[in-house]
Design a protein around this ligand. Sequence first.
Ligand SMILES: C[S@@+](CC[C@H](N)C(=O)[O-])C[C@H]1O[C@@H](n2cnc3c(N)ncnc32)[C@H](O)[C@@H]1O
Length: 172
Amino acid sequence: MRLVQGEAEAITDLFAPASFDVVLCQGVLMYFPEPGPLLDAIARVVVPGGIVSLLVRNGDALAMRPGLLGDWDGVGKAFDGVAYRNRIGVDARADRLEDLTATLARRRMPVTRWYGVRVFTDTAASDAPLPDDATLDAIVRSEERAGRTDPYRHVAALLHLIAVREDEASGS
Ligand SMILES: C[S@@+](CC[C@H](N)C(=O)[O-])C[C@H]1O[C@@H](n2cnc3c(N)ncnc32)[C@H](O)[C@@H]1O
């Protein structure tokens, strides 16, 4: 394994086209003012037939977190757009499922599967103690089930999209 530190926008300078079978971009796209440029770069470095995994803040359900925490001003703002301030106080941007799916499709990376992440546990405190093994196992099972089940996955805090890079030559 080789670790390379750099700006995500610069991956096409760091790596040749079609360098990777899988690209994981998890918890990063929300820090970009728009997803297009980074997705262009990812599309270039992933091999045709390769997998792209994106974990993004869910712009369709942005009001859930403030609402469940009783932050009614926050709810109002969340309904008005996709900008938000995250738990560590950084301004960020959420993505809507339909928009991001279309953005990926335009770059020949159609979404093949998607999941919700943190359906039930989004409001757990960052410093909450780890539950006992049985409870932790129940939480993981419940989250995994909700994350792949409608309508729960639609209101998850995060969306996990799996896309597959189309083969340029065959169009599939
Ligand atoms: C929420 S963390 C996610 C870390 C990791 N991917 C994970 O899933 O645990 C967000 C990460 O995005 C990185 N980041 C933010 N903007 C970036 C940029 N323009 N280029 C590269 N990394 C960036 C931050 O340094 C931070 O490590």
